[in-house]
Design a protein around this ligand. Structure first.
Ligand SMILES: C[S@@+](CC[C@H](N)C(=O)[O-])C[C@H]1O[C@@H](n2cnc3c(N)ncnc32)[C@H](O)[C@@H]1O
Length: 211
């Protein structure tokens, strides 16, 4: 087990109980994503956590495969999926760096891309997995947008210290929105929608179509 798996396993029970930071922003972005998904779509989600979003979105599509590296997160997700009767939802232990087998029409990644050291490679693999016109939809906290604020410097100091004592993942990128979007475009996508949900931090929502 890697240090990151252990980190996410340890926080899974607390994560499962935590409330959404900005419910209105979450619901709005969820609605935007839902509007792009069609009943016959096969969807893959990377870094699904406790599967809350997967359960919501699986209702409207043909099949939904949700993957994560944490057994703790996946255990909560499986329990929730069963309670919700989400029969078309499959949860798999799988890193984003090794995409699940099968064909997909859309790939989702929420609150994950800033945790991936080899982001360019992962985005290229996602593009290769999708057909032309296939969708990549993500939401990413962009800590790099806060340069010059006390919050930025607090995170810059606190995250390495937290890493030392196992209280933060091994990699947290201080992502900037324009760098993130450039990486998505360079992987072979056209960005067709963006927004900040929630605007504070901000958490960059983007919808991209494979060229
Ligand atoms: C901040 S949580 C977000 C969970 C969920 N997507 C959400 O928005 O609530 C990040 C999740 O990504 C998972 N994760 C971290 N690194 C990963 C990787 N390399 N591949 C797949 N999942 C990963 C963690 O286990 C955790 O469940």
């Amino acid at each position: 087990m890697t240090a990151d798996m252990k980190f996410w396993d340890n926080i899974a029970p607390k994560y499962a109980k935590s409330s959404i930071r900005d419910e209105e922003s979450y619901r709005y972005a969820l609605g935007r994503t839902r509007s792009y998904l069609k009943p016959n779509d096969r969807v893959l989600e990377l870094g699904c956590g406790t599967a809350s979003t997967a359960i919501e979105l699986a209702k409207g599509v043909e099949s939904f495969v949700a993957t994560d590296i944490s057994d703790g997160m996946l255990a909560v997700g499986r329990q929730r999926a069963q309670e919700a009767g989400a029969d078309n939802l499959t949860l798999l232990h799988r890193p984003a760096e090794d995409l699940a087998d099968g064909e997909f029409d859309a790939v989702l990644a929420h609150n994950l891309l800033h945790l991936i050291p080899n982001l360019e490679e992962v985005l290229r693999n996602v593009a290769a997995k999708l057909p032309t016109g296939g969708l990549f939809i993500s939401k990413t906290p962009c800590l790099g947008e806060q340069v010059g604020t006390w919050k930025y410097y607090m995170f810059k100091v606190a995250i390495p210290l937290m890493k030392l004592v196992g209280k933060a993942p091994s990699f947290v990128d201080f992502t900037r929105m324009q760098d993130l979007e450039a990486a998505v475009q360079a992987a072979g996508f056209e960005i067709i929608e963006t927004g900040n949900y929630p605007p504070s931090t901000p958490s960059r929502y983007l919808v991209a179509r494979k060229r």
